[in-house]
Write a protein of this length. Structure first.
Length: 48
């Protein structure tokens, strides 16, 4: 449940560092495995 609650935070961080939602969705569709790794790393960084 905690990981679900962290998702909006991760999405916000990704959105702030990108040019917008189209950039985010485009890269998540193209590099879905990479996005999973980035999500896990972000979750670990937030939890520490």
């Amino acid at each position: 449940m905690a990981s679900i609650l962290r998702m909006p935070i991760i999405y916000t961080l990704l959105k702030d560092r990108s040019t917008g939602w189209s950039f985010l969705h485009g890269h998540m569709a193209s590099f879905y495995p990479l996005s999973i790794v980035l999500t896990l790393l972000s979750t670990l960084a937030i939890s520490q």
